[in-house]
Structure formats: structure tokens, C-alpha cells
Design a binder for this molecule. Structure first.
Ligand code: PMP
Ligand code: GLN
Length: 396
């Protein structure tokens, strides 16, 4: 069927399934569930964002930056002071050097960094391996650039990677592998042996590694983030995307960054300079000054571990079952004891009848049989978590 999307006397422009570049793409599940939460006056533990304030000092630095006339374009790659601060932070966390001048670019969130990286490197018919369940922005970006997502489904509840089976996905057309640890939506981590297996697989290839590291500072139970920059064969091909949104409770600011070796960053910036050019200048100055005064991102693991534990303790007597999440601020809950419905239907029922919104995992999976799981965001005030637990414990 053809739908007229634009008509006037001189032009007729029609869109159908052949002209759409992304015919299968629908409105994201995050937008859908947050809208339903609002419409149903439900507690929103679906889309991932905190319901508490960002640090006061960051607000003060922002006011100062706004008053100090950072009103014109920032340099294309980002305000130098912020790039220097990011380099220092990486040195401190991973003891690795990235040159602020040529290897770090400030982006409009991690989403833009990821999109730009895929656009800069993926050509028509190039294959990109994506581990499923996967965050939702990778596949559309691959497809819109003419690439082919190769989906490798992991099995609930452990989502462990069988590296021998994974190796079979690699072909002469493989251009890129995307990893996301801690993983959204599953909350699982890649450990040292995963990274060594990946390094072994990639070492004699020219395949690029795109790392979505937005939750690098939200990891629990004394585990450590295994950044690709710690593994020499991975570092030289790694394009690492990060976000200030998750780290400083400012998902609405849409500021993140990308780090990559010089030659890769050179290509990245060819696209970056034409899809955003540069990012909101006062926020960059504020973030740099804030980071130079506070290293509170180092406390984030403990902060969110307390929230995770509060949430899972409060629901331990409910009929939901779970494995404590290893990272991110999401907890998956299995509802097999409660319903046979698929996860989309069950999520719709929860929001309408029980007034609590969560994210079904089906949109992130290839395998829709693994769908008796919902994702709940625990980046919430204690009082919100208590209300959520009260609702969840009553469901039977
Ligand atoms: N990757 C993952 C895994 C995410 O959960 C998110 C959402 N924060 C993003 C990327 C996008 O980050 P940003 O909001 O900075 O664009
Ligand atoms: N990253 C957020 C989540 O996983 C959603 C971001 C968005 O709505 N695009 O919930």
C-alpha cells in the first residue's frame, strides 16, 4: 500500500515498503513503554533513566559555563579541556594513553558515537556481528548504511558466549563485531577469558571492534570492567563509545564520547564533522570542570549495587525469579511462575492492570521463545523502589 507523505501542486512523493530504508523498524520499545506508563499513570521502571537529581556541583558548573559565554561552536572534536579530562580519566581507570588531540571525540551521546562509527566504516554488504540480546540502536545503523547484521543469539539466563560457535560467524565479509559490556538489557558482563578469546579470534584479521561501554562504571560484586583497551590486539582495532548520561544521571544531556586509535579516529571524524560537527559547548565545559573536581564516578558501582540489592531484597518473596544483575542499572525478572503470556503481552498487562512499566526482552532477541523475562530499571529513589516492590509482591 502507498501512503502519500508529502503532496503539493508541484511534487508527489510516495513511500512504500520498497522505498523505506528501514521498513521493519518501529518506534522504540523505550518510547512505547514510557508513553504507556504516562497514559496509565503507572510507575515507570521501563526506559532507563534515574528519577533523582544530577550532582549539585555539576549544576553549579553548568550555571557558570552558561554565564561564561561558551555560546559559540565548540571545536569539532570537542572542547580541549573535556578531551584532556577524558584522557586523564582513561589513564586513571585503565592505565592507557589516548591522545586528546587525535584519539578522543566528544559526541551527542553514545548513540551518535555508535551511529557515526558504523557509518564511517560499514559499506554495502559488509557483515557486522551483533550478540543478541542487543541494545536496539545497532541494527538500524548497520542496515541504513547497507551493511548486514549477523545475529548471534545467546541463551538466557547466563547468556554465556560459546566462542567456538561464535568463530563460525566470521566470514571474509565480516567488517565489525559489536560488544556491549555490561550488557543492556541482560546485565551480564564479558570477563577476562571472554576478552582473551575475542582477542585470539580477531588477532590475524582486519575486523574492527565497536565497544558500547556506556555502563563501564556500573559493575557489581567487585568485578571489573574489561575494557578492550586493556588487550593490545583489541585496542588497536577498538572504537570505544561511552556516555556521560549514565555516569552523571544526565541522560537528557546527550553527551558522550568516542575513543579510538589515531587512524580510526581520523575516519570517524570525517563522518562526525558532517552529522553533528560539534556538541553543546557549555555542557562540555561544565563536565570537564566537574570531572576535574570530583571523581564520584568511582563510587557509582557501590551506589547502584545498594539500589540493586534494595530492589532484589524487596521482591525476594514475590513470584518473580531472577539472578542478580552483574552490571548496568537493569534487573531482569522471570515471570514464568505468573503467566504463559509472551513478554510484550505481559508487559502491557502489567502497565495497564498493575500500574508498573517494564521493558520486554523480545525486541532485543532473535529468539522469541526466550520471552518470559522483563527488564526493570532500578536507577530510582528508594521510595520508588519500595512502591515497585509492593506492586510486584502482590502479583499472583
Ligand atoms: N548503549 C546502551 C547499551 C545504552 O543503554 C544506551 C542508553 N544510555 C546508549 C547506548 C545510548 O547512550 P546515550 O543516551 O548517551 O546516547
Ligand atoms: N538506554 C535507555 C534504556 O535502555 C533508553 C534510551 C532511549 O530511550 N533511547 O532504557
Amino acid at each position: 500500500m502507498k501512503t502519500a507523505i508529502f503532496t503539493n501542486k508541484t511534487m508527489h512523493f510516495f513511500l512504500d515498503e520498497h522505498t523505506s530504508k528501514l521498513p521493519d523498524v518501529k518506534t522504540t520499545i523505550f518510547t512505547t513503554m514510557s508513553r504507556l506508563a504516562k497514559e496509565n499513570n503507572a510507575l515507570n521502571l521501563s526506559q532507563g533513566f534515574p528519577d533523582f537529581d544530577s550532582p549539585k556541583l555539576l549544576l553549579e558548573e553548568t550555571k557558570k559555563a552558561l554565564e561564561n559565554s561558551y555560546d559559540q561552536y565548540a571545536p569539532m572534536a570537542g572542547a580541549p579541556i573535556l578531551r584532556d579530562t577524558i584522557a586523564t580519566k582513561i589513564q586513571r581507570c585503565y592505565q592507557q594513553n589516548y591522545c586528546p588531540e587525535s584519539e578522543i571525540t566528544v559526541t551527542a551521546g553514545a548513540t551518535q558515537a555508535i551511529y557515526t562509527a558504523i557509518s564511517a566504516f560499514v559499506k554495502t554488504n559488509d557483515e557486522v556481528i551483533v550478540l543478541k540480546p542487543a541494545y536496539d540502536c545497532y541494527e538500524p545503523a548497520i542496515k541504513v548504511n547497507g551493511g548486514v547484521p549477523v545475529l548471534f543469539q545467546l541463551e538466557a539466563p547466563a547468556y554465556k558466549i560459546d566462542w567456538e560457535a561464535f568463530a563460525k560467524q566470521i566470514t571474509p565479509k565480516t567488517k565489525m563485531i559489536i560488544i556491549n559490556s555490561p550488557n543492556n538489557p541482560t546485565g551480564t558482563l564479558l570477563n577476562k577469558s571472554d576478552m582473551l578469546a575475542l582477542e585470539e579470534l580477531m588477532k590475524n584479521t582486519s575486523i574492527l571492534l565497536l565497544c558500547d561501554d556506556v555502563y563501564e562504571h556500573i559493575i557489581f560484586d567487585d568485578q571489573k570492567h574489561q575494557s578492550a583497551c586493556l588487550y593490545p590486539e583489541l585496542k588497536k582495532r577498538a572504537i570505544i563509545c561511552a556516555s556521560f548520561g549514565k555516569t552523571y544521571h544526565i541522560t537528557g544531556w546527550k553527551i558522550g564520547y568516542c575513543i579510538a586509535p589515531n587512524e580510526l579516529m581520523h575516519e570517524f571524524r570525517k563522518v562526525h564533522q558532517y552529522n553533528v560537527f560539534s556538541v553543546h559547548h557549555p555542557s562540555q565545559i561544565a563536565l570537564a570542570n566537574y570531572l576535574n573536581k570530583s571523581d564520584d564516578y568511582l563510587d557509582l558501582n557501590a551506589f547502584y549495587q545498594t539500589k540493586r540489592d534494595k530492589f532484589i531484597n524487596a521482591i525476594k518473596d514475590s513470584k518473580f525469579t531472577f539472578t542478580p544483575t552483574q552490571g548496568t542499572y537493569f534487573q531482569s525478572l522471570d515471570y514464568s511462575n505468573l503467566s504463559d503470556e509472551n513478554d510484550m503481552d505481559y508487559a502491557l498487562r502489567l502497565v495497564k492492570e498493575h500500574k508498573i512499566a517494564a521493558i520486554p526482552l523480545a525486541p532485543f532477541n532473535t529468539d522469541t521463545t526466550q520471552t518470559k523475562v522483563l527488564r526493570f530499571c532500578f536507577a530510582k529513589k528508594d521510595v520508588t523502589l519500595e512502591k515497585a516492590a509492593e506492586i510486584l509482591c502482590k502479583i499472583n
